[in-house]
Ligand binder design. Sequence first.
Ligand code: GLV
Ligand code: MN
Ligand code: MN
Ligand code: MN
Length: 406
Amino acid sequence: MLTHSVEEGTLPNRFRKLWDEIAPVGRDAGSGGYLRYALTEPELTLRGWFREQAGQRGMPVTEDGNGNLFAWWGDPVAGDAVLTGSHFDSVPHGGAYDGPLGIVSAFLAVDELRAAGATPVRPVAVAAFVEEEGGRFGVPCLGSRLLTGEIAVDRAAGLRDAAGVSFAEALGDRPAGADPGLLGRFATFVELHVEQGRALVDLGAPVAVASAIWPHGRWRFDFHGEGNHAGTTRMADRRDPMLTYAFTVLAANKEARLRDAHATVGRVAVEPNATNAVPSKVTGWLDARAAEPATLDGLVEAVRAKAAERAKRDGTELTCTQESATPLVSFDGGLADRLAALLDAPVLPTGAGHDAGVLAAHLPTAMLFVRNPTGVSHSPAESASDADCAAGVAALARVLEELACR
Ligand code: GLV
Ligand code: MN
Ligand code: MN
Ligand code: MN
């Protein structure tokens, strides 16, 4: 089944038509990447588009008081619902597919099912989760963490963006926090996402099912030194936090390689950030990930110890704060095997975080990955062919049919 269409054209054409509606939103003409930070104008435009798409399909939209949106095919309060969808927000200059692909594919999968005459025995909900990347307020998966109670409301409400605006202010209200009533209405979550590596290229398959997410987290390293004149301060007299920072970045890279883990310092802030001043303070954010929790702990401890040792030598001071943590996620093995058999798809782990990783602790959860020929993500070079995106839609439609329509 699932061969009819709502409109004329092939599924790749229907994908492209809907995709083109959102493609210009938040795109930076210079980099070609996206600046779709949560609750800023481009993301609000996409949220409006979400409501329009839901409206065109006769799907009522509900909000959970945490900034997460849900469009319902079927009765929102019936329970036993199948949740799908993803997020609209991007990292700075991120790719087009990370997030929005899961939402666009969900609407198209509903179209495919309807065109084939399927009706949901259990409701289907399409979600747009807020602040998945942590690109604005620093904590990834903020919307799903709030919904599940994995972050305290006070902490989330007080998170601030670079301009000092709090999450509560951006949301227009204090976030509502855990909603066991809403969560209890979902029987399963299936998030479709562009693959963020090259495994599917190597396997020659368009779609995979996820097995696990590596444990990962973010650590903020503040290096305090003494701001001073670049021309007059003798080298021996400096307390330069940039040196401690630079050494720490190299140490993180080395320690990660030793463990077959991943360590990245992709964000740095320098004060006063002047070419002719020894900095007074440097802050670097470490993103660390590993296949096993003990490996991750060992990696971060080693980086911390090396940074502290180096700070002594440089006459600087170090404070290290963990800003977010995501434990190892093993997706529901029975569900993953069932979907892999249904789709004849390979099963893969990933090092990337997702709202599915947060929800997996609360309900049976699965992920589908769509091939990314470059393997590049969190960059404008992220890509996926229309044919593979259509294969993703078809796979999600089969999954929703299996989980919601039988
Ligand atoms: C989110 O995409 C992450 O893995 O950092
Ligand atoms: Mn991402
Ligand atoms: Mn994502
Ligand atoms: Mn993500």
